[in-house]
Structure formats: C-alpha cells, structure tokens
Design a protein around this ligand. Structure first.
Ligand code: ARG
Length: 563
C-alpha cells in the first residue's frame, strides 16, 4: 500500500456515508513541502453534505480518524495534513519486499495485451550504428518494463533489408568487389563498397540509374540479384547477432522490410479502393495536406515501392498477426515525419487502431558535438565501444578487487552495463555526446556506480550472515532510512510512470537516487549494531539490494554480487 491508500482508508472509515473510497482517494493531495506532511486531505467537498464550514469539518475529522498509522494529523484551515508514522510504513514496505522479492511493483495493468515493439532495425550491409544501439536498448528496457506491469511485449527487428541501397551495393560489388573480401570482413567490406559507390556517384551520376535498375530487378525476383542480396543479408546478420549476443538481447521476430515484399499489393489495392491514391508526375502518392503533412510517396514512377509502403504493409500485418493493443516504434526522432505520415495513412484507410501506433523517438548520440554518419564511413563501431568499455571495467576491477575469481565475466557485465545504462539514464529525447571515459566511471551517475552500490550492500548482508524473514516486523524511524523507505515505497508508481511514458530513464534515475540514499545511509549509520535495530537495518539493506537489482534488470543490466 502506498501512503495515499493508507490515508484514504483511514479517512474513508469516518466518511463512509458521504464518500466512496475511490472518491476519497481522488481528493487526496501531495503537500508542496515536507512541513505539511506526506499526504493532505482537503475538506471542501464535504461542506455541502455536512452543512458546516470546511475548517470545522477538518477539525472534527481529525478527532475521529484512527491515528495508528500516523505520527500526527495536523489541521491547517480546511486541510488535514497527515504525517506518516515511520515505523509503520517502514515495516510495511520491508515486509512486502521481503515477502515478494523481485516481484515488488508487479501488476496486471496490461491484462496480457500484446504490444509490438519495433526496435533496433539496423540496415543490412551497414554497421549497426549508435542510433541502432539506442533503439535496441531503449526498446529492450521498455519491453521489460511493460512485461512487469502485465503486458505481453513482442520485440520485432524490422531489418532494413530492402530498398534502393541494395541496387547500389550490387552495382558496387559487381564493379569493385570481391567474394574473398566480403567473406573475410563482411560489414566493413560492404560498407567500403557502399562508401565507394557514393563517392564515385558524385562524379558519375549514371551509377545511380544503374543502381535503380538493379533494385528493380531485385523486386522482380531476378535470380542473380536475389542471390547476392541473400548473401549480403546473411553475412550482415551474423555480425549483428554478435552484438545482440554481447547485449544479451533477443527478438521475437526478424521480419524486416523484405518480408513485406509480397504484402504491398494489398496496401496499394486498399488505397485504391478508398480512392486515396493520386498520380503525381508518374508517382503514386497519398495527399496528407489536412494533417499538415507532406504527401506520402507510395510508388515511384518506375513502380518501385518505398520505405513507407513497407511500413504500411508491416502495420497491417502486425495488427492481423498480433492484434496489438499498442504498436510502438522505437526509432530516432529524425524519423518523426515518417511516422506521422504512416499513422495518417492508416487513419485515412479507416483503421481506428492508428491511435494505438506510437512513435517512441529518441535523440542523437554525437561525437564531439557532431552527428555520427554511416555514409561517409565515420562511425563509432558499436562492437569496439562495447569491447573498450569491457577493458576499462576490467582495469578498474583489477585495481579495486584483484582477488575476484570471475573477473572477466564481471568486467563484461560492468562494461556492457555501463554503455547500456549511460544510454538510458537521460530522457530519451535528449541528444548526448559519447565519451567512453564518462560511461565507465565507477563514481557519479553511472551504471557501474549503481552496480557497485548493489555489490557493496550484498557484501554487508554476507558479512552479517543475514536472511530476511517475511514474518518479522522491521520497524525503522530515523531520518536517513526514511529517505530510502520512501524511494522503496514509491517503486510500483515509478514503474508505472516509466511504462506510461515509455521512458526507461525514470527507472535509471530511481536507481541512482536509491544508490545515493543508500551510500549516504551507509556512511552515517552503523548497521551491524548490537541491539534490536540490527535486523531492521539489515532488512533495509536487503530491500535496497532487491530493488537496485530490479531497477537494473528493467534496464537490461546485470547486478553482480561482487565487483
Ligand atoms: N532501418 C531503419 C533505419 O536504420 C529503421 C527502421 C525503423 N522501423 C520502421 N518500422 N520503420 O533508419
């Protein structure tokens, strides 16, 4: 129970005849300052029924309310200010966490509804970029958070495995490529060919026509085009899977753009039936002026389909296949125009579920203030970043804890965790500059700091040889522990907030606050004392380990017991 529920219950008991429990709860307010207590009840709405001044009602209620859970109930004008009794709240919260362990904060709000999450979605034959990393880790965390509150997430990797770039790549490969080189280093070599194509096409624009012709062949199932495409795709996927393996992230579907190749006629037919298609200089478009948007280009004059055509087919397919209650697209904010168009066309088709399609955008990762771009070959290769982060974590562990038995494994969990946490700790829409040194710091607001705090708390429990007892009463009443108790108690609401906003940073920020509060507590309070406070304090430490670990789990980050 949270404080509002406790207060609501206590107030309800004395106004049962006038208000329902839900009505009382709706009236409760959060006081602006701690001096006004933890929860406030305004008595105005009772003035009519009681035919008395709200001030007088407040004073009378204060007399009647069962005071057990409260330190005091103050009457300030028409308000009742409730100050929660620390012992009562702390024992209630610690009991719940002791009893339910990792499940604290679980709920069934989602009612097992399917939520498709379009995430990661890198492009074949190009390195997976930092932007794709963002999509991967944000999407993964959202899926974990949604599943904690009872949704059934479906992670879909909408691979960029179709489009004119394959025409370019086939041209470049046939002119300047070699099989051995692609086999040896697929992504680097394919990227090199792609970059070479763009450089040369600046001088020789005819190359672009050749590329278009090859893509058309691919769409028409030309055998040579198809076999090259399949080969590029499987070589690329092998490399992507290495990275997904390092992140320990998996997908429910790898249906990429090519999967919709034979499902686009349906889109075109539907659009025609609803008289939504217009011809414009030979191309087929849907006018979206009434949405204040540019027209959506469905088919080019040569009949080739586009990115949005495939996304329309994908949306119809997902609705049919999964009957989603929400359909999320975790894609950089530079594509927000595209997703507005996508939603608008689905709406024009008369599907009201277009309202459930949500673009979950995020900001750019920059390097020295500049955008990372694949086209010019300037890219921070993700695998390198993850490997460097791991090395740096290993060096810090060597320095701090050289006797640790499984250093390599822990370094991996810390290094990867650092990169992931760094990505998730800021509001997802913020741009941020990537600096490896900052990512792997053991201090400050970093993943390693939270992991380290968790390990430290685990060590305390180990030394004390303490096992938490869900039947025991653990009552605490000091100010430092109260800060922790409040952070623990708010956890279920924090999880819901993160889910509603599709915002993993809400969880990351909670973990940082909790880690900071614990470290402050640990510095001020002797835990292994010789009196009845010892067990209560250890139960608090235990609860901190449970919730820090759960915070990290929801971000997709390990919480090693030692580091
Ligand atoms: N492959 C695209 C890119 O790298 C992202 C795809 C996002 N998902 C989608 N359904 N459009 O830009």
């Amino acid at each position: 129970m949270n404080n509002k529920e406790i207060v609501a219950q206590a107030v309800y008991e004395v106004v049962e005849e006038q208000l329902t429990l839900a009505e009382v709860e709706r009236l409760l307010e959060n006081p602006k300052s701690v001096d006004h207590g933890d929860v406030a009840f305004p008595a105005f709405s009772l003035a009519k029924v009681f035919r008395k001044a709200p001030q007088q009602i407040a004073a009378e209620l204060a007399e009647k309310i069962n005071p057990d859970a409260f330190e005091k109930i103050e009457v300030v004008g028409p308000y009742l200010n409730f100050f929660m009794k620390k012992e009562v709240i702390s024992s209630m919260v610690l009991k719940e966490i002791a009893k339910e362990d990792q499940s604290f904060g679980d709920s069934n709000i989602g009612n097992e509804g399917n939520v498709t999450i379009d995430m990661s979605s890198p492009n074949i034959a190009k390195p997976i970029s930092m932007g794709h990393l963002r999509s991967t880790v944000i999407g993964n965390s959202i899926s974990l958070i949604l599943s904690k509150i009872g949704y059934n997430p479906i992670k879909i990797n909408h691979l960029g495995d179709w489009g004119t770039q394959f025409g370019k790549l086939i041209v470049a490969y046939k002119k300047w490529g070699s099989e051995e080189k692609v086999k040896a280093e697929p992504i680097n070599e394919l990227l090199r060919l792609y970059v070479e194509f763009h450089e040369r096409a600046e001088e020789e624009p005819e190359l672009n026509d050749e590329a278009r012709a090859w893509f058309k062949k691919l769409e028409d199932n030309d055998e040579e085009a198809l076999s090259l495409w399949k080969w590029f795709r499987s070589e690329s996927l092998k490399e992507f899977n290495k990275i997904y393996g390092m992140l320990e992230i998996d997908f429910d579907s790898f249906n990429g753009e090519a999967f919709y190749n034979d499902k686009m006629d349906e889109v075109v037919t539907l659009l025609e039936e609803k008289h939504l298609l217009q011809t414009n200089e030979g191309a087929e478009i849907v006018d979206l002026e009434k949405y204040g948007l540019n027209p959506a280009l469905i088919k080019k004059s040569d009949g080739a389909t586009l990115y949005i055509t495939r996304d329309l087919a994908a949306a119809l397919y997902r609705k049919r296949e999964y009957n989603f209650v929400k359909s999320l697209y975790v894609v950089g904010n530079e594509q927000s125009g595209h997703f507005k168009q996508l939603k608008a066309v689905i709406k024009e088709l008369g599907f009201d579920w277009s309202d459930e399609m949500v673009h979950v955008p995020f900001g750019l990762i920059t390097k020295d203030g500049k955008k990372l771009s694949t086209r010019k070959g300037k890219i921070v290769l993700l695998e390198e970043v993850l490997n460097e982060a791991k090395d740096s974590a290993l060096a810090q562990i060597e320095a701090k804890n050289p006797d640790l038995p499984n250093k390599e494994e822990i370094a991996n969990q810390v290094g990867v965790g650092a990169v992931v946490f760094h990505d998730l700790k800021n509001d997802r829409l913020n741009n941020f500059d990537f600096s490896l040194e900052e990512v792997v710091r053991f201090e400050g607001e970093t993943g390693p700091y939270v992991q380290y705090t968790h390990a430290r708390a685990m060590t305390v429990l180990g030394k004390a040889d303490f096992t938490v007892d869900p039947e025991a009463v653990y009552a605490l009443n000091d100010a430092d522990s109260w800060e922790i108790i409040k952070l623990l108690q708010s956890y279920p609401e924090v999880v819901i907030q993160a889910a509603e906003q599709y915002e993993p940073s809400v969880i990351a920020k909670h973990s940082i606050k909790l880690a900071q509060a614990f470290n402050k507590y640990y510095a001020h309070t002797k835990i292994l004392v010789d009196d009845e406070q010892r067990d209560a304090r250890l139960a608090l430490v235990h609860a901190v380990t449970v919730i820090l670990k759960e915070d990290l789990r929801l971000l997709g980050v390990h919480a090693p017991n030692r580091m």
